[in-house]
Design a protein. Structure first.
Lengths: 215, 120
Protein backbone atom coordinates (compact mmCIF):
# COMPACT_ATOMS: atom_id res chain seq x y z
CA UNK A 1 0.00 0.00 0.00
CA UNK A 2 1.04 3.56 -0.49
CA UNK A 3 -0.67 6.86 0.08
CA UNK A 4 -0.61 10.61 -0.08
CA UNK A 5 -2.15 13.70 1.46
CA UNK A 6 -3.99 16.23 -0.70
CA UNK A 7 -6.38 19.13 -0.56
CA UNK A 8 -9.72 19.12 -2.33
CA UNK A 9 -9.95 21.97 -4.85
CA UNK A 10 -13.38 21.32 -6.36
CA UNK A 11 -15.22 19.54 -9.10
CA UNK A 12 -15.43 19.98 -12.85
CA UNK A 13 -15.81 17.77 -15.91
CA UNK A 14 -13.37 16.46 -18.46
CA UNK A 15 -13.58 14.86 -21.92
CA UNK A 16 -11.84 11.50 -22.20
CA UNK A 17 -11.23 9.78 -25.53
CA UNK A 18 -11.45 6.01 -25.29
CA UNK A 19 -10.95 4.45 -28.68
CA UNK A 20 -13.82 5.60 -30.87
CA UNK A 21 -15.94 7.19 -28.15
CA UNK A 22 -15.55 10.42 -26.25
CA UNK A 23 -16.77 10.41 -22.67
CA UNK A 24 -17.74 13.43 -20.63
CA UNK A 25 -16.74 12.52 -17.07
CA UNK A 26 -17.29 14.33 -13.79
CA UNK A 27 -14.06 14.67 -11.85
CA UNK A 28 -12.57 16.13 -8.68
CA UNK A 29 -9.34 18.10 -8.59
CA UNK A 30 -6.93 17.53 -5.73
CA UNK A 31 -3.99 19.76 -4.92
CA UNK A 32 -1.24 17.29 -4.04
CA UNK A 33 1.84 19.27 -3.08
CA UNK A 34 4.91 17.27 -2.03
CA UNK A 35 4.63 15.46 1.31
CA UNK A 36 7.46 15.18 3.82
CA UNK A 37 8.39 12.01 5.67
CA UNK A 38 8.33 13.01 9.35
CA UNK A 39 8.83 9.58 10.87
CA UNK A 40 9.86 6.12 9.70
CA UNK A 41 8.46 3.34 11.87
CA UNK A 42 10.09 -0.08 11.81
CA UNK A 43 9.27 -3.38 13.44
CA UNK A 44 12.80 -4.00 14.70
CA UNK A 45 15.95 -2.01 15.27
CA UNK A 46 19.06 -2.88 13.34
CA UNK A 47 20.38 -4.90 16.30
CA UNK A 48 17.20 -7.02 16.39
CA UNK A 49 15.50 -5.43 19.38
CA UNK A 50 11.88 -4.36 19.14
CA UNK A 51 11.39 -0.81 17.82
CA UNK A 52 7.84 0.25 16.88
CA UNK A 53 6.35 -3.20 16.32
CA UNK A 54 5.19 -2.44 12.79
CA UNK A 55 6.34 -0.89 9.53
CA UNK A 56 4.90 2.47 8.59
CA UNK A 57 5.68 5.82 7.08
CA UNK A 58 4.44 9.07 8.59
CA UNK A 59 3.77 11.79 6.04
CA UNK A 60 2.99 15.45 6.65
CA UNK A 61 1.52 18.12 4.36
CA UNK A 62 0.21 21.69 4.44
CA UNK A 63 1.98 24.64 6.02
CA UNK A 64 1.24 25.81 9.56
CA UNK A 65 2.43 28.88 11.44
CA UNK A 66 5.13 28.15 13.96
CA UNK A 67 3.27 29.94 16.77
CA UNK A 68 0.29 27.58 16.35
CA UNK A 69 2.33 24.44 16.88
CA UNK A 70 3.07 22.89 20.28
CA UNK A 71 6.69 22.58 21.38
CA UNK A 72 6.75 18.76 21.29
CA UNK A 73 5.46 18.84 17.72
CA UNK A 74 8.00 21.50 16.76
CA UNK A 75 10.72 19.15 17.96
CA UNK A 76 9.18 16.35 15.92
CA UNK A 77 9.30 18.44 12.74
CA UNK A 78 12.82 19.62 13.56
CA UNK A 79 14.01 16.02 13.64
CA UNK A 80 12.80 15.60 10.07
CA UNK A 81 14.47 18.92 9.22
CA UNK A 82 11.28 20.54 7.91
CA UNK A 83 8.85 23.38 8.65
CA UNK A 84 5.73 22.78 10.79
CA UNK A 85 3.00 20.97 8.87
CA UNK A 86 -0.77 20.95 9.22
CA UNK A 87 -1.80 17.37 8.58
CA UNK A 88 0.07 14.26 9.68
CA UNK A 89 -0.96 10.81 8.47
CA UNK A 90 0.60 7.41 8.99
CA UNK A 91 0.55 4.87 6.16
CA UNK A 92 1.25 1.25 7.07
CA UNK A 93 3.54 -0.91 4.93
CA UNK A 94 4.46 1.69 2.31
CA UNK A 95 5.50 0.17 -1.04
CA UNK A 96 8.80 1.99 -1.36
CA UNK A 97 11.18 2.96 1.44
CA UNK A 98 12.06 6.56 2.15
CA UNK A 99 14.42 8.23 4.59
CA UNK A 100 13.40 10.63 7.33
CA UNK A 101 12.89 14.12 5.92
CA UNK A 102 12.50 12.94 2.31
CA UNK A 103 10.09 14.80 0.05
CA UNK A 104 7.65 12.67 -1.89
CA UNK A 105 5.96 14.06 -4.99
CA UNK A 106 2.60 12.90 -6.26
CA UNK A 107 3.85 11.32 -9.48
CA UNK A 108 6.09 8.99 -7.49
CA UNK A 109 3.05 7.49 -5.81
CA UNK A 110 0.18 7.63 -8.33
CA UNK A 111 0.06 7.04 -12.05
CA UNK A 112 -2.73 7.62 -14.52
CA UNK A 113 -5.21 4.74 -14.44
CA UNK A 114 -4.59 3.73 -10.82
CA UNK A 115 -7.53 3.03 -8.56
CA UNK A 116 -7.40 4.85 -5.24
CA UNK A 117 -9.42 5.06 -2.03
CA UNK A 118 -10.14 8.57 -0.83
CA UNK A 119 -10.76 9.41 2.83
CA UNK A 120 -12.20 12.73 3.92
CA UNK A 121 -14.39 14.36 6.52
CA UNK A 122 -17.87 14.71 5.03
CA UNK A 123 -19.73 18.02 5.12
CA UNK A 124 -21.72 18.53 8.31
CA UNK A 125 -25.48 18.65 7.76
CA UNK A 126 -26.59 19.42 11.33
CA UNK A 127 -29.57 17.72 12.98
CA UNK A 128 -31.42 15.80 10.27
CA UNK A 129 -34.43 13.51 10.18
CA UNK A 130 -34.41 9.82 9.30
CA UNK A 131 -35.26 10.32 5.62
CA UNK A 132 -32.09 12.28 4.91
CA UNK A 133 -29.92 10.59 7.53
CA UNK A 134 -30.72 6.92 6.96
CA UNK A 135 -32.61 6.91 3.68
CA UNK A 136 -35.98 5.96 5.16
CA UNK A 137 -38.76 6.34 2.64
CA UNK A 138 -41.15 8.25 4.89
CA UNK A 139 -44.81 7.42 5.27
CA UNK A 140 -45.65 7.42 1.59
CA UNK A 141 -49.15 8.63 0.99
CA UNK A 142 -50.45 12.05 1.80
CA UNK A 143 -54.11 11.10 1.79
CA UNK A 144 -56.20 8.58 3.76
CA UNK A 145 -56.20 10.73 6.86
CA UNK A 146 -52.43 11.37 6.91
CA UNK A 147 -51.23 14.68 8.13
CA UNK A 148 -48.01 16.11 9.58
CA UNK A 149 -46.00 12.84 9.46
CA UNK A 150 -44.79 12.42 5.88
CA UNK A 151 -41.12 12.17 6.86
CA UNK A 152 -41.48 10.39 10.21
CA UNK A 153 -39.78 7.07 11.09
CA UNK A 154 -42.97 5.15 11.99
CA UNK A 155 -43.05 2.70 14.88
CA UNK A 156 -39.84 2.25 16.88
CA UNK A 157 -40.96 0.12 19.81
CA UNK A 158 -43.56 -2.35 18.50
CA UNK A 159 -46.27 -3.70 20.85
CA UNK A 160 -46.46 -5.36 24.27
CA UNK A 161 -43.35 -7.20 23.16
CA UNK A 162 -40.70 -5.83 23.38
CA UNK A 163 -42.46 -2.71 24.74
CA UNK A 164 -39.18 -0.85 24.65
CA UNK A 165 -36.88 0.61 22.00
CA UNK A 166 -34.01 -1.64 20.98
CA UNK A 167 -30.51 -0.26 21.20
CA UNK A 168 -29.14 1.05 17.95
CA UNK A 169 -32.49 1.85 16.32
CA UNK A 170 -31.79 4.41 13.60
CA UNK A 171 -33.20 7.77 14.49
CA UNK A 172 -32.82 11.46 13.69
CA UNK A 173 -29.65 13.24 14.77
CA UNK A 174 -26.42 14.94 13.80
CA UNK A 175 -25.56 14.05 10.23
CA UNK A 176 -22.33 14.29 8.29
CA UNK A 177 -19.01 15.62 9.61
CA UNK A 178 -17.75 12.05 9.73
CA UNK A 179 -14.73 10.26 8.36
CA UNK A 180 -15.86 8.72 5.06
CA UNK A 181 -13.91 6.48 2.72
CA UNK A 182 -14.82 6.14 -0.96
CA UNK A 183 -13.21 3.14 -2.61
CA UNK A 184 -11.93 2.48 -6.11
CA UNK A 185 -11.90 5.90 -7.73
CA UNK A 186 -9.90 6.09 -10.92
CA UNK A 187 -7.02 8.50 -11.34
CA UNK A 188 -7.81 10.24 -14.63
CA UNK A 189 -4.75 12.47 -14.78
CA UNK A 190 -1.61 13.39 -12.90
CA UNK A 191 -0.24 16.86 -13.66
CA UNK A 192 3.25 17.02 -12.09
CA UNK A 193 3.98 20.68 -13.02
CA UNK A 194 1.04 21.89 -10.94
CA UNK A 195 1.02 19.02 -8.43
CA UNK A 196 -2.53 18.24 -9.44
CA UNK A 197 -4.43 15.00 -9.28
CA UNK A 198 -7.67 14.48 -11.23
CA UNK A 199 -9.92 11.77 -9.84
CA UNK A 200 -13.15 10.53 -11.36
CA UNK A 201 -16.37 11.16 -9.47
CA UNK A 202 -16.95 12.95 -6.20
CA UNK A 203 -15.07 12.69 -2.93
CA UNK A 204 -16.19 13.44 0.64
CA UNK A 205 -15.56 16.81 2.26
CA UNK A 206 -15.76 20.51 1.62
CA UNK A 207 -13.49 22.45 -0.70
CA UNK A 208 -10.04 23.17 0.79
CA UNK A 209 -10.35 20.24 3.21
CA UNK A 210 -7.59 17.67 3.52
CA UNK A 211 -8.12 14.27 1.99
CA UNK A 212 -6.10 11.09 2.37
CA UNK A 213 -5.45 9.01 -0.73
CA UNK A 214 -4.60 5.33 -0.53
CA UNK A 215 -3.62 2.83 -3.16
CA UNK B 1 -12.16 28.81 -6.19
CA UNK B 2 -14.92 29.37 -8.72
CA UNK B 3 -15.77 26.90 -11.46
CA UNK B 4 -14.00 28.77 -14.25
CA UNK B 5 -10.77 28.92 -12.25
CA UNK B 6 -10.90 25.21 -11.55
CA UNK B 7 -11.45 24.42 -15.21
CA UNK B 8 -8.68 26.84 -16.12
CA UNK B 9 -6.28 25.07 -13.81
CA UNK B 10 -6.98 21.80 -15.56
CA UNK B 11 -6.98 22.90 -19.19
CA UNK B 12 -6.06 26.56 -19.73
CA UNK B 13 -6.75 26.51 -23.48
CA UNK B 14 -10.46 25.74 -23.22
CA UNK B 15 -11.49 29.37 -22.77
CA UNK B 16 -9.75 30.27 -26.02
CA UNK B 17 -11.32 27.35 -27.81
CA UNK B 18 -14.76 28.53 -26.80
CA UNK B 19 -14.01 32.06 -27.94
CA UNK B 20 -12.81 30.79 -31.30
CA UNK B 21 -16.33 29.74 -32.36
CA UNK B 22 -18.53 32.30 -34.12
CA UNK B 23 -21.14 34.05 -32.02
CA UNK B 24 -24.49 32.38 -32.47
CA UNK B 25 -27.82 32.55 -30.73
CA UNK B 26 -31.13 30.73 -30.59
CA UNK B 27 -32.84 31.13 -33.95
CA UNK B 28 -29.64 31.12 -35.98
CA UNK B 29 -28.94 28.46 -38.57
CA UNK B 30 -25.54 26.83 -38.15
CA UNK B 31 -23.52 23.96 -39.54
CA UNK B 32 -21.74 21.84 -36.94
CA UNK B 33 -18.82 19.86 -38.32
CA UNK B 34 -18.78 16.68 -36.23
CA UNK B 35 -15.85 14.29 -36.14
CA UNK B 36 -16.92 10.68 -36.48
CA UNK B 37 -14.52 7.83 -35.77
CA UNK B 38 -15.10 4.50 -37.45
CA UNK B 39 -12.42 2.07 -36.39
CA UNK B 40 -9.21 3.91 -37.10
CA UNK B 41 -10.67 6.23 -39.71
CA UNK B 42 -11.93 9.66 -38.88
CA UNK B 43 -14.29 11.66 -41.05
CA UNK B 44 -16.27 14.87 -40.73
CA UNK B 45 -20.04 14.95 -40.87
CA UNK B 46 -22.03 18.13 -41.17
CA UNK B 47 -25.14 18.75 -39.14
CA UNK B 48 -27.10 21.74 -40.34
CA UNK B 49 -30.04 23.10 -38.39
CA UNK B 50 -31.56 25.80 -36.23
CA UNK B 51 -30.16 26.49 -32.79
CA UNK B 52 -33.06 26.21 -30.39
CA UNK B 53 -31.17 26.86 -27.16
CA UNK B 54 -27.83 27.53 -25.52
CA UNK B 55 -27.55 26.34 -21.94
CA UNK B 56 -25.10 27.56 -19.27
CA UNK B 57 -23.64 29.84 -21.89
CA UNK B 58 -21.40 31.66 -19.42
CA UNK B 59 -19.66 28.49 -18.27
CA UNK B 60 -17.31 26.07 -19.94
CA UNK B 61 -19.88 23.31 -19.46
CA UNK B 62 -22.10 24.96 -22.05
CA UNK B 63 -24.29 22.88 -24.36
CA UNK B 64 -26.41 23.90 -27.31
CA UNK B 65 -29.23 22.16 -29.14
CA UNK B 66 -29.55 22.11 -32.93
CA UNK B 67 -32.83 21.08 -34.55
CA UNK B 68 -33.43 20.09 -38.12
CA UNK B 69 -36.19 18.33 -40.01
CA UNK B 70 -34.86 15.32 -41.85
CA UNK B 71 -37.22 13.42 -44.17
CA UNK B 72 -40.20 14.85 -42.31
CA UNK B 73 -38.85 13.76 -38.93
CA UNK B 74 -37.62 16.32 -36.43
CA UNK B 75 -34.05 15.60 -35.24
CA UNK B 76 -32.39 17.40 -32.34
CA UNK B 77 -28.78 17.03 -31.30
CA UNK B 78 -27.27 18.39 -28.11
CA UNK B 79 -23.57 19.31 -28.29
CA UNK B 80 -21.28 20.23 -25.42
CA UNK B 81 -19.53 23.27 -26.87
CA UNK B 82 -16.09 22.06 -25.77
CA UNK B 83 -16.59 18.51 -27.02
CA UNK B 84 -13.46 17.30 -28.84
CA UNK B 85 -15.82 15.87 -31.46
CA UNK B 86 -16.71 19.34 -32.75
CA UNK B 87 -14.31 20.31 -35.49
CA UNK B 88 -15.84 23.61 -36.54
CA UNK B 89 -19.03 25.65 -36.30
CA UNK B 90 -20.25 27.71 -39.24
CA UNK B 91 -22.82 30.44 -38.97
CA UNK B 92 -25.12 30.37 -42.00
CA UNK B 93 -27.99 32.71 -41.22
CA UNK B 94 -29.01 34.92 -38.35
CA UNK B 95 -32.58 34.55 -37.15
CA UNK B 96 -34.93 37.12 -35.64
CA UNK B 97 -36.61 35.58 -32.61
CA UNK B 98 -38.10 36.90 -29.40
CA UNK B 99 -37.11 34.15 -26.98
CA UNK B 100 -34.00 32.31 -25.85
CA UNK B 101 -35.47 28.82 -26.06
CA UNK B 102 -37.41 27.95 -29.18
CA UNK B 103 -39.26 24.91 -27.88
CA UNK B 104 -42.36 26.08 -29.77
CA UNK B 105 -40.72 24.97 -33.02
CA UNK B 106 -41.24 21.35 -31.98
CA UNK B 107 -44.98 21.66 -32.39
CA UNK B 108 -44.82 23.38 -35.75
CA UNK B 109 -43.92 22.25 -39.23
CA UNK B 110 -43.62 23.63 -42.72
CA UNK B 111 -44.45 27.31 -43.18
CA UNK B 112 -45.31 27.78 -39.50
CA UNK B 113 -41.79 26.74 -38.45
CA UNK B 114 -40.09 29.51 -40.43
CA UNK B 115 -37.86 32.05 -38.71
CA UNK B 116 -37.42 35.58 -40.07
CA UNK B 117 -33.92 36.58 -41.08
CA UNK B 118 -32.19 39.23 -39.04
CA UNK B 119 -30.69 41.85 -41.32
CA UNK B 120 -27.95 44.00 -39.99
Amino acid sequence: MSGFIGKKIGMTSIFITEGASVKHVACTLIQADPCVVTQVKRTLNEDGTRKDGYNALQLAAGERKEKNVTKPMLGHFKKANTTPKFKIVEFKTFDTTYDLGAEITVQEVFQEGDFVDVIGISKGKGFQGVVKRHGFSGVGGQTHGQHNRQRHPGSIGACSYPSRVFKGIRMAGRTGNQRVKIQNLKVLKVIPEKNLLVISGSIPGAKNSFVILEK
Amino acid sequence: MIQAEIQNLLEPTLQEKKASFPEFKAGDTIIVHVKIREGNKERIQQFKGTVIQRRNSSSLGETFTVRKVSNGVGVERIFPILSPNIDKIELVRKGLVRRARLYYLRGKSGKAARIKEKKS
